[in-house]
Design a protein around this ligand. Structure first.
Ligand code: BTN
Length: 264
């Protein structure tokens, strides 16, 4: 299996901003956290952190993101979109669409699941975690972390994830062979860059339209927002990127992505 390498990713990515600087570590606590530290030292927009292993990978809602060393993709990208904080959650949608694009590059059909999951055959193959620094209500810096199950096999998932393995999959499982993670990382960066600039130029509507066309709408969902638990059918995404859920009593709620947290 080709080892991960910052130089390989940098050279393979056909981008003008993302990956101009790539930091690779064999092991970090979390690529998002590492990039947060680089930001404090003055890292430029487009800087990427890539790691073969994370010791404290972060998932959404404070959950850990566990992924064994040497198999999967863990990367984070620093973006500086001049947008209001209230629009920052669009990067969660953009990130999951970019992962879905990368799966489809390898002819693996992927769906997005609100707010930040990517599914293949109804099982989770990847997700994104966006964290931001804001100044006066506007985004100053946004760290977009991407995790994709790449070369982890079904046996290893069953062994390591226990019951959760039933809801997980990998590109290895979908394709039946291993992938070069450097090439995959390059595709993810290209997709993110294209979607990032498209969002800044064309706004929210195209993101919503595309997310709708690649999502699992019409299914039953349970959504936790703090202490609130909402169950119903996910019927649509509204113009602000909120999930519209029809509850069992027939009423409708718009659930806002509440998970673009400030980083520390
Ligand atoms: C989720 O679906 O819960 C989000 C998963 C995000 C995981 C990635 S792995 C790279 C980056 N660094 C982290 O600590 N988390 C994200």
């Amino acid at each position: 299996m080709t080892p991960l390498s910052g130089d390989s990713v940098k050279h393979a990515a056909q981008t003008r901003l993302l990956g101009n600087v790539v930091h690779y570590w064999e092991q970090v606590d979390s690529t998002n956290a590492a990039l947060g530290r680089l930001l404090k030292e003055g890292a430029a927009g487009g800087t990427v952190v890539l790691a073969d292993a994370q010791t404290v990978g972060k998932g959404r809602v404070g959950k850990p993101w566990f992924s064994p060393p040497g198999m999967n993709l863990h990367l984070s990208v620093l973006l500086k979109p001049a947008i209001p904080v209230t629009d920052a959650h669009f990067y969660t949608l953009i990130g999951s669409l970019a992962i879905a694009d990368a799966c489809e590059f390898y002819e693996v059909t992927a769906q997005v699941k609100w707010p930040n999951d990517v599914l293949v055959d109804d099982k989770k193959i990847g997700g994104v975690l966006a964290e931001l620094r804001a100044i006066n209500g506007r985004v100053d810096s946004l760290i977009l972390g991407v995790g994709i199950n790449v070369n982890i096999s079904r046996n290893t998932m069953n062994h390591l994830y226990g019951e959760a393995a039933a809801g997980a999959t990998s590109l290895h499982e979908a394709l039946g062979h291993t992938l070069d993670r450097n090439a995959l990382a390059a595709r993810v960066l290209e997709n993110l860059e294209r979607r990032h600039f498209h969002f800044l130029t064309h706004g929210k509507q195209p993101v919503i339209a595309e997310w709708r066309s690649r999502s699992f709408l019409g299914r039953r969902v349970t959504i936790h927002e703090g202490d609130i638990r909402v169950e119903g059918i996910a019927v649509n995404l509204d113009a602000e990127g909120c999930l519209i859920v029809t509850l069992d009593d027939g009423s409708t709620v718009h659930v806002r992505e509440g998970e673009v947290f400030p980083f520390h």
